[in-house]
Design a protein around this ligand. Structure first.
Ligand code: DGL
Length: 290
């Protein structure tokens, strides 16, 4: 039997029965899989729906108004279909602008993903920090405010890449791009000044950890790479509690839903299966405005 908490309430084990939630993890494409994997570790009992708005991909090129309208309409459809207990917006580009209107429109709790600027500022020894994200995310007031609030003591290098999210999709679909192309996107992250050089790179797009091994191999010098996914998973359990004891989720039930499905190849399906998403479905939602 499924017992849901009241929407918006935090989990309180003293007074509430243990819920078995449906968790919706949302991104423009495959980047949210890096967050999904971490959330799956902390709530292996949950039912998962992974939603990739591939008809809208990449979000990094959309204006704030177009992105807000797009995410609200896709979310409307997804929430109507799957009735999630909680939604993880596993996308920095969307979270840095769309969380307030989402929370205003829907009563379900949303957990967002924003660049890990505070952890980066705490981790640096040289004071040179890079935030690697989409052009949309680095341009946001939200991101600039995070820098001002948490990284006043550092030199923060904001790098917006137009191509890396698509490179990450290609990597997972079995068509990796050559090293030179990857390195061209990565090089601006590495700054060398008289007072030291970059020692921390915060990955401010959920697609980028899919390329982490290649980043590590290509980096001109070693740095600490920060992926916010484990922190997001912790936030999920703060909101809806730890796994329900004795409840095993049916692995074959985890569903991936896409709004176009145009790029779904056998290798892509295989990658989804490997990540724990054996079922794939299409909710056709063409992007009408760019
Ligand atoms: N994965 C997304 C993010 O975290 C965005 C990639 C895109 O659609 O541009 O920002």
């Amino acid at each position: 039997m499924r017992i849901d908490l009241l929407a918006g309430a935090s989990y309180n084990p003293a007074v509430m029965p243990a819920p078995v939630p449906t968790i919706l993890v949302f991104d423009s494409g495959l980047g949210g899989l890096t967050v999904f994997s971490e959330v799956l570790k902390v709530r292996p009992d949950a039912r998962f729906v992974y939603a990739g708005d591939d008809a809208g991909f990449p979000y990094g090129r959309l204006s704030e108004a177009a992105l807000t309208a797009r995410v609200l309409s896709v979310m409307e459809r997804l929430i109507g279909l799957y009735d999630p207990r909680l939604v993880v917006v596993a996308c920095n580009t969307a979270s840095t602008v769309v969380l307030p209107p989402l929370r205003e429109r829907f009563s379900v709790p949303f957990v967002g993903t924003v660049p890990a600027i505070k952890p980066a500022a705490l981790a640096t020894r040289t004071g040179h920090v890079t935030v690697l994200a989409t052009p949309g995310t680095v341009a946001r007031d939200y991101t600039r405010d995070l820098v001002e609030t948490y990284a006043g003591c550092c030199k923060v290098n904001l790098v917006g890449s137009r191509r890396l999210a698509a490179f990450a999709e290609a990597e997972l679909s079995g068509a990796p791009v050559p090293d030179e192309e990857l390195l061209a996107e990565l090089r601006p992250c590495f700054v060398e000044g008289e007072d030291g050089r970059t020692d921390v790179v915060a990955l401010g797009c959920t697609h980028y950890p899919l390329l982490l091994r290649r980043f590590q191999a290509l980096a001109p010098w070693p740095v600490t790479w920060i992926d916010p996914a484990p922190a997001i998973a912790r936030r999920v359990t703060q909101l809806i509690g730890p796994p329900v004891p004795g409840h095993e989720a049916d692995e074959d039930e985890a569903l991936a839903v896409f709004t176009s499905g145009a790029g779904i190849t056998p290798a892509f399906r295989e990658a989804l299966r490997d990540k724990g998403l054996p079922l794939v479905t299409i909710e056709d939602m063409p992007l009408l405005q760019g």
